[in-house]
Design a protein around this ligand. Sequence first.
Ligand code: DGJ
Length: 722
Amino acid sequence: MAIYFNEENKHFYLEGKDISYIFRINRIGFAEHLYFGSRIGREDMTYMEQVGSGAAYVQMPNERNQCYSFYNPELCFYGTGDYREPTFSVKNPLGDRLCRLHYTGHDIVEEKPKIKSMPSLSGAQTLILHLQDELSLFAADLYYTVYEEYPIIARRIVYKNNSQNNLILDRAYSFALALPNKEFDILTLCGAWAHERQMQYANMHRGIVSIDSKRCSSSSILNPFIAAVSKGANDEYGEVFAVNLVYSSSFVLKSERNADGKGMLLGGINDFDFEWHLAPGDELETPEAVIAYSNEGLGKMSRAYHDVYRDHLINPRYVKSNRPIVINNWEGTYFNFNSEKLIEMAKAVKGLGIDTFVLDDGWFGHRDDDSSSLGDWFVYEKKLPGGLKPVIDAVHENGMKFGLWFEPEMISEDSELFRAHPDFAIGVPGRDRCKSRRQYMLDLTRADVRDHIVNTVNKVLSENEIDYVKWDYNRNVSDNYSLSLPPERQKEFAHRYVLGVYDICERIVNANPDIFFEGCAGGGARFDPAMLYYFPQIWTSDDTDAEERTKIQYGTSICYPLSTMSCHVSAIPNHQSRRSCSMKTRAAVAHLGATGYELDPTLFTDEEKELVKEQIKAYKEFSHLILTCDLYRTENPFEGNFFGFNLVSKDKSEAVFTCYRRHHGEELVKFVYARGLDPEKKYYIPERDVTLSGATIMNAGLEPYFPHHDFATDIIHFKEVK
Ligand code: DGJ
């Protein structure tokens, strides 16, 4: 049993693998946090009660010695002497924002209730804590789902209006997580286009450290992830308290540290430009926050996220099945192709082991560049006479499946759709709209616009033999406004936009269960757990340069499993960095995810074809590890000249260790120390023709055989010998 309630001292004990999370209902009736960390017994934690320094403080009415600000909270509310960041803010009919949420009861349910409007994790025992303000009848239900197999707890809050008055929420976060009084750094994943999810540390200083998105997407700028990491922690050592939001729109995540040293993580929907009207009886669901604890550094935290997302988030039909190995025409042709060229490309990869041909942007409307046709999801006859069929037939004849690109949320000014329905585009009446990548966005808060998208996309999918869809999203929202909302509800736009995204994803993905969907957002600008619920893999970055990718893929692996990262081998010089890496290195890095090729294969020499064939064969031999492995990161490319990923099978009977050296001259002799093997087991290493124990490999190390040039790789296999 993961959740236990002690009636006597009103303590809740939430127990997952290696972790305990303990809080109580205190004398005032507030939910008071007591402990979160490594597993401990079910003891009475009342001794944790904090008396403070005796300085002036606000006393609760009728409470001689009780002051709320001395507690660690399960959530914070404003106006009771608690001056920390409130978890929510609700405007009462008198205009004040005061609220005191008292415990009114709880339920423990075996099956986790689904969030109706948004993706969330499945399964596991859940505690629902009911809190209500006695005066305003504003209420909050706090959900805690405890995953016994992992050091993970999922939290969220449902805010409710149980009164007869209209109430307005102007902040509605998903959680507040009290931290122990220790020194932490804050780790976040920041970036930009073609530079996603770079590791960034800040001191968790007194005051607030805050990251957010105001883009109506989770964004490449800051991923919806934050972690408080003990000073000096690395992949193996140290404590980590982490939060990843299952949300794809404007979010905020913060750490706050008080004068007395107490810390807290909190966040959810961004409260900038946000309000939500709650009529009597209404409720607002907030996105789920997936909270992980590790006492063995970032590595254990990442493995916990990878496991829980594979087991409880990503479509079970695809999560552990071999991913299509694709040839994608984007970097090979950009917009400049026709049926003949595509058919030549399909023929050129025959027999190499590639199983899916993906036709990217430019097949519809009259699209020759990015200035037109988004929304016109019918075939561009000039490029593809007779429609998609001749190309699809040729792809099939060459032994592959067929995939197609869409950007369903967008509309070009130069499109039949815009000429017929200019009001479908997001914008404020009377104000010229901003363009980005020469396109506008569709107003997904509107049901009629969503129906139009679902019908037109599903029509193409039902009329053609399509096995794979790449769902792109190349710009962020501007001109936030919907014609369907009254002026006083315009601040609901950012959240309603993403509810619209989830609605169309749900309807398109569910209507096409045999189609494999890959997410994309001008590279990896919407790489978040909510998108992974619909799309088992996401295009990680438009930067396909192997050197840049070591950092992007390392940063992405902090939360997301390798199988979720779509990674392609592309031509040299690389189109983004102009760097030239060997085919061996390009494949070694791109094969650390759901792989493919993104170049013009008609330009392959015979020698290159042989190499690609061999590389794909080798990939297929270990691709089960991409889908299911425990990942042990050894060398951190943000800190030094090397990158190292050891992919270990769950039963520790095999592993593949990819080692990478950036610059040749810096360290000519380098030993690597694999992690995650069983010290007792014996492993055969084919590349060295030697059998060694896991203990020897991990402690004495191995020297990778790097070729003598920059950006070099060596791949080492470990196979158990019984
Ligand atoms: C951005 C994507 O990341 C690319 O892979 C490609 O699909 C282009 N969009 C097409 O416009």
